[in-house]
Each structure stands twice: as structure tokens, then as C-alpha cells.
Design a protein around this ligand. Structure first.
Ligand SMILES: NC(=O)c1ccc[n+]([C@@H]2O[C@H](COP(=O)([O-])OP(=O)(O)OC[C@H]3O[C@@H](n4cnc5c(N)ncnc54)[C@H](O)[C@@H]3O)[C@@H](O)[C@H]2O)c1
Length: 252
């Protein structure tokens, strides 16, 4: 993506930025002039190097979004280093561990953990950035859900339920945060090829391709433009919205 200055001087936190879609968001924000907080439970050296190569400043923070203390520390580190928080992309998720399972056979412990990361984690990250955004009277939060929350998907009920919660939370947050100048929106990606998904059965992958208006593989970079738009002033009057980015499969 060509470099511009949609986010010049802004600070954007991207959770789950060590790999995949989160890494693409981090690099895309840097290319638009943002300082990027590369937040992940795993080491994110590759993303930090890519952010710097794109001309941005990077701060790597180890965080488990399900753990409130580490989320609060992430927000403090962002303010200490860059002085402000303008954007938050809630991308981290319990996702690659999820296996096709009939709903009656789901493991209750996995049900609790997926809600702790995908739902409570989003809430905790929003809470952590809100003091800075409220003080600035501006901010943009982009939550990453999934088309499965819109269209349903057999065999992943716990995951589908968490992403449905992200859609609804986005609307509630948008109404509550709007008076403070903070916009909250959601991107619902289709099936994207990442390390988390590349080993899914090939017939399954191809069924998505065939159903799309734009019949090709979806890559992490296909989501970046929408995230940058929602983080930037171009979307200054857009809040509480769900944008499905899936090549025209689900028309929402
Ligand atoms: N790949 C797809 O087909 C697809 C489709 C729809 C939605 N999504 C969503 O997009 C996002 C990224 O997906 P991806 O394919 O890049 O997955 P991924 O597994 O490659 O990346 C997820 C990242 O989040 C991090 N992470 C996981 N749990 C965490 C936690 N508790 N705290 C902090 N970091 C944590 C992981 O270390 C990893 O770096 C997820 O929200 C996923 O649900 C993906």
C-alpha cells in the first residue's frame, strides 16, 4: 500500500499484532504515519521490524487481553511512550485453536476461555484506552469480528457466539463513547488465509472462493484499507457500523 499520512502523529494500538491480520494492520497504520503499539501475548519482533521498515515507530508490548492487569499496563505503556492513544484495533482472538466440533461436544473450559479472550478481552481493552481518549475528546476503536457472526457457521458455536457479542458490543460502545468523541466500528472479515487457517481442508477453503463476488483468496492486506478508513478522520461521522470485507460473499 502506498504511504500517506492519514494517521500522521497518531498512536494506534493493535492487539494480536504478532502475526496474520493484526500484523497487516500494524504495518498499514505505520505506513500512514502512526506510532504503533504492537500488542500480543507472543513475541512480535517480525512485526516491529516491519513497522519500522514502513517508517513508523513501534512499541512492542506483551499482553494477554483476557488479563485486565496486563491490558491496563499496555495502555499505560502506550501513553508513557507516545503521550496519547488515538486508535485501538481489537484484533487478538482465541481463534487458531478452534476446531470443528458439534456444539453438544464443545469443551466447557474452551467455551470459557474463548469468551474471556474474544469478548471480555475486547471490553477490557476498550476500558483501558478510554481515559486517554476521553481526555483527548477523540478516538477510534475498530473491533474485528467475523462474517460467521452475520451468516452463522456450523461447528464453531462458541467462536460464532463471541463474534456475535463483538458486533453487539460495538453498537453499545458506540452509543456510550460517542459523547466523548470516540467512534467504535467493526470489521467482519471473510475466510482469510493466515497461519491460523492455511491448514483448513482445501475443499472448505474453495467453497468460500466459489461463493464470492470477487472469486479469489482473501489475504490480510485486503482488510487494511477498511481499518485505516475507520481509524482515520475520513470516517469521522461513522460509528456503530459493521463493514463486511469478504469479497462480496455475505451481502449485509
Ligand atoms: N483468518 C480468518 O479467516 C479470519 C476470519 C474472520 C475473522 N478473523 C479474526 O481476525 C483476527 C486475526 O485472525 P488471524 O487469522 O490473523 O489469527 P492469528 O491466530 O494468526 O493471529 C491472532 C494473534 O492474536 C494473538 N493472541 C491470541 N490470543 C491472545 C491474547 N489472549 N492476548 C493477546 N494476544 C493474543 C496471537 O498470538 C496471534 O498473534 C481474529 O480476531 C480472528 O477471529 C480471522
Amino acid at each position: 500500500m502506498p504511504s500517506h499520512d492519514l494517521l500522521a502523529g497518531r498512536t494506534v494500538i493493535v492487539t494480536g499484532a504478532a502475526t496474520g491480520i493484526g500484523q497487516a494492520f500494524a504495518v498499514g497504520a505505520a505506513a500512514q504515519g502512526a506510532n504503533v503499539v504492537v500488542a500480543d501475548m507472543n513475541a512480535a519482533d517480525e512485526t516491529v521490524a516491519a513497522v519500522e521498515a514502513a517508517g513508523g515507530k513501534a512499541l512492542a508490548v506483551r499482553v494477554d487481553v483476557a488479563d485486565n492487569a496486563s491490558v491496563q499496563a499496555m495502555a499505560r505503556a502506550a501513553v508513557d511512550r507516545f503521550g496519547r492513544i488515538d486508535g485501538l484495533v481489537n484484533n487478538a482472538a482465541y481463534f487458531r485453536e478452534v476446531k470443528l466440533t458439534p456444539f453438544e461436544e464443545l469443551d466447557p473450559a474452551q467455551w470459557d476461555r474463548i469468551f474471556a479472550v474474544n469478548v471480555k478481552g475486547v471490553w477490557q481493552c476498550c476500558k483501558a484506552v478510554m481515559p486517554a481518549m476521553r481526555e483527548q475528546k477523540s478516538g477510534a476503536i475498530v473491533n474485528i469480528a467475523s462474517v460467521v457472526a452475520v451468516a452463522g457457521q456450523p461447528g464453531y458455536l462458541h467462536y460464532v457466539a463471541t463474534k456475535g457479542a463483538v458486533l453487539s458490543m460495538t453498537k453499545g460502545l458506540a452509543k456510550e463513547c460517542g459523547p466523548h468523541g470516540v467512534r467504535v466500528n467493526v470489521i467482519a472479515p471473510g475466510f482469510v488465509i493466515t497461519d491460523a487457517t492455511k491448514n483448513r481442508p482445501i475443499e472448505w477453503q474453495q467453497s468460500f472462493l466459489k461463493a464470492r463476488a470477487i472469486s479469489r483468496e482473501q489475504k490480510p492486506d485486503d482488510l487494511v484499507g477498511t481499518a485505516l478508513y475507520l481509524l482515520s478522520d475520513l470516517a469521522g461521522f461513522v460509528s456503530g457500523q459493521t463493514i463486511v470485507v469478504d469479497g462480496g460473499h455475505i451481502m449485509y
